[in-house]
Write a protein that binds this ligand. Sequence first.
Ligand code: B1M
Length: 227
Amino acid sequence: MQKNEAGQADQNLLQSLGAAVEAGRAPKAEEGAREALALGLAPEDVVSCALIPAMGRVGERFRLGEAFVPEMMMSARAMQAALNVLRPLLAARKARSLGTAVIGTVQGDQHDIGKNLVAMMLEGSDFDVVDLGSGVSPQRFVQAVAEAKASVLCLSALLTTTMPQMRATLQTLEEAGLRQNVKVMIGGAPVTQDYADRIGADGYAPDAASAALLAREWMGAAADSGG
Ligand code: B1M
């Protein structure tokens, strides 16, 4: 096949994968992710060119009142089905560990897709990851940091109403005398660097790849994993 034909085939596949996620068709999304890998596409490109834009479109339709919670739920399942296929490649284990990262979505917030992506990228960037899931209370985060002797704590929030849980978690960490032991990173669609500065988090990352890079930087490791 000629190079431009291969490029067109890749584009078509990414487009139909995105459409499957948008339509909430999990089996088709899973199949599309497998085909993308078989075509030699990088898993990071599949995520950033097909999956994330598809979820953005669903969110926009929800915002406009053209889609509802069940549709968002079905799209989330389809995205998760595709991510499950990509996961082994995104989170390939490396020979050494830079430390433990505890991660979760804050209390009151069920959104876990972005958090799952960050966890996968951290795993693929030489971290041992303790994933607490979603709806995690400040006390549970702090308990996990203590138990795992974590070097990094990652807090995700997708709702403006749950962002204050990030501040609450930092306070609980402080009260437990553990604040100095761990670097705290926050992220999620409504979160900003300015918010991180205001609540006293150590850092903010706009996406999963930058989150992994920042965590590596904190550990004094080179930007490229395995470096
Ligand atoms: Co909800 N939802 N949702 N939802 N949902 C949003 C977030 C919303 C923006 C939709 C909209 O109005 N346009 C809106 C929030 C408005 C706001 O507060 N600003 C919203 C709402 C309102 C709600 C409900 C309140 C709806 C209702 O019930 N009336 C409800 C709340 C439930 C709850 O949590 N208590 C709700 C429910 C749901 C579902 C359960 C149906 C489902 C989630 C399923 C799941 O996650 N398992 C869902 C979905 C799917 C969405 C949208 C459509 C997609 C989110 C997503 O997965 N994006 C979303 C619209 C949108 O975001 N455009 C929306 C893909 C994902 C890869 O991106 O999570 O942003 P994201 O992660 C990014 C970065 O943010 C970053 O890395 C990722 C990319 O690499 N990142 C980090 C994330 N965490 C990070 C942590 C880091 C660093 C980077 O460091 C620690």
